[in-house]
Design a binder for this molecule. Structure first.
Ligand SMILES: NC(=O)c1ccc[n+]([C@@H]2O[C@H](COP(=O)([O-])OP(=O)(O)OC[C@H]3O[C@@H](n4cnc5c(N)ncnc54)[C@H](OP(=O)(O)O)[C@@H]3O)[C@@H](O)[C@H]2O)c1
Length: 276
């Protein structure tokens, strides 16, 4: 543990599994004080024993829970140097079948939850002369695949929100970071997944079967959460104003291709990988 890092505090949302949990481990291993927030700390049996780690209940869709957790974290640690907005999940399926409730819950978690956390910590970071806000976006925040229209909508929103906000907050020495993972093997493809199919019609069945197969295969071949945690730790500590961190094959390659290719060619690439 370095002396410089020993007093630094990071707050992370959605730490019960996957990328959030791996990020807690990465900061703990590097001697940070870690406020690991999660919806159900009572279910956790292990993480609170990791060096420097304290658990706090926090649901990003609930403003009272955010305020209560941040008050407790600031009372315990006196400061938050880095915020990692990780909490999120993926709705996939057929848009025609999505209810308002499904769409609103997806945006409430992935977008408005992240905005609430960001807004709640800006005054603290501004007053103490700086900080770093790391958004777990996705490579799917700059490109789009079939069956993920709502999820992509949330991640494209996070990209635009964060790119604009950096201009506003950089003068206060608050850095904004976008982590853009490719497919990562986590509960995102398991318990966290919400698949929506229309009732009473078979019109989409063939399309869903074809696309879902490819999506599930890329999840099964995904990279590790630890790889993303290492990118998060780098973004927190590299001292740069760099905004975007694509991580996990094939994110860097696909994001570059998406920029280089005209729409018509890119759409052809996607269609041929899904055999559409
Ligand atoms: N896996 C991928 O391929 C991939 C790729 C790109 C980006 N991402 C992004 O990475 C982030 C983490 O996902 P993951 O892959 O690590 O999946 P995961 O293992 O399912 O983890 C998601 C975490 O978010 C938490 N969460 C969900 N709703 C919440 C809420 N309202 N308040 C607080 N926490 C909430 C979950 O907590 P509970 O246990 O309480 O449900 C869980 O801890 C997400 O933002 C996801 O969009 C994932």
């Amino acid at each position: 543990m370095s002396i410089a890092s020993s007093s630094r505090t990071v707050a992370i949302t959605g730490t019960s599994s996957g990328i959030g949990r791996a990020a807690v481990k990465a900061f703990s291993d590097n001697g940070w004080r870690v406020a690991a927030t999660l919806r159900n700390p009572a279910r956790e049996t292990d993480m609170q024993n990791w060096p420097g780690v304290s658990l706090y209940p926090l649901d990003v869709t609930d403003t009272t829970s955010i305020d209560t957790a941040l008050q407790a974290i600031l009372a315990d640690f006196g400061q938050v140097n880095v915020l990692v907005n990780n909490a999120g999940y993926g709705v996939d399926g057929v848009f025609e079948a999505m209810t308002d409730e499904i769409i609103e819950r997806q945006f409430n978690t992935n977008v408005f939850g992240l905005m609430r956390m960001t807004r709640a910590l800006i005054p603290h970071m501004r007053q103490r002369g700086g900080g770093t806000i790391i958004q777990i976006a996705s490579m799917g925040g700059q490109l789009a695949f079939p069956l993920f229209s709502i999820y992509h909508g949330t991640k494209w929103a996070v990209e635009g929100f964060t790119e604009s906000l950096q201009y506003e907050l950089n003068p206060f020495n608050i850095r904004l970071k976008l982590i853009e993972p490719g497919a990562i093997k986590t509960e995102f493809y398991g318990a966290g997944r919400e698949m929506v199919k229309p009732m009473g019609t078979a019109a989409y069945d063939a399309f869903v079967a074809k696309c879902d197969k490819v999506n599930q295969e890329s999840g099964a071949q995904g990279e590790s959460a630890e790889l993303v945690a290492a990118a998060i730790y780098k973004a927190a500590t590299d001292g740069s104003r760099k905004l975007r961190y694509p991580v996990g094959a094939p994110a860097p390659l696909l994001l570059r291709l998406r920029k280089l290719l005209p729409d018509s060619l890119w759409f052809g690439v996607v269609k041929s990988s899904y055999k559409l």
